[in-house]
Design a protein around this ligand. Structure first.
Ligand code: ZN
Length: 182
């Protein structure tokens, strides 16, 4: 377990949060995502998507729709030169009481085991308190992505609140170089 990773929420962090995304054609990347992920790569981090997609459990669409949206996102990232090492999706509804839905750390732990990642050297980035909490429970550092907000009332366990992907990239460059041992 010597690698380190940045675990990424998807909706609201990599792409706009539209509620229950079901249209691959409407997927787009948020500003600065490609540059930010390049910065993570350069600092030696592997990249993994950790996403709740309860639209399946709620019966709004099937897992094939999640797969199609996911593939479109991967294609857009790949076009920017960014490849994703692992992706973990929870397809359950909250009332399913599954073990994987964030803020559970299970998807992060599963991805870390798959990639051989040291969690204490890794980050979870997301726009919701459940992302920060999942990162905290997994033993990662957490970054709360809060675009357009220069102050957040409840950062929770987040070590850093970023209002842009530029800010995330700067933070990763600064801390990744110190903590890293990839
Ligand atoms: Zn689940």
């Amino acid at each position: 377990m010597t690698g380190k990773a940045v675990f990424l929420d998807r909706d609201g962090t990599l792409m706009p949060d539209v509620g229950y995304p079901d249209d691959p054609e409407s997927v787009e990347l948020l500003p600065g995502v490609v540059e930010g992920l390049h910065a993570c790569r350069y600092a030696g981090f592997r990249l993994a998507i950790i996403s709740n997609q309860s639209g399946v459990g709620r019966g709004y669409f099937g897992p094939d729709t999640v797969a199609a949206v996911h593939q479109r996102l991967l294609d857009l990232l790949q076009a920017g030169g960014v490849s994703i090492d692992d992706s973990q999706y929870c397809l359950h509804a909250p009332e399913d009481r599954c073990t994987c839905r964030k803020p559970s750390p299970v998807m992060i732990q599963r991805s870390a085991a798959h990639l051989g990642i040291e969690l204490a050297a890794s980050f979870m980035i997301g726009d919701k308190p459940s992302d920060v909490e999942a990162g905290r429970r997994a033993g990662c550092h957490s970054i709360l992505f809060a675009p357009g907000m220069d102050r957040v009332a409840e950062p929770g366990a987040a070590e850093f609140v970023a209002d842009s992907w530029d800010a995330i990239a700067d933070f990763i460059r600064a801390t990744g170089a110190v903590r890293g041992h990839a």
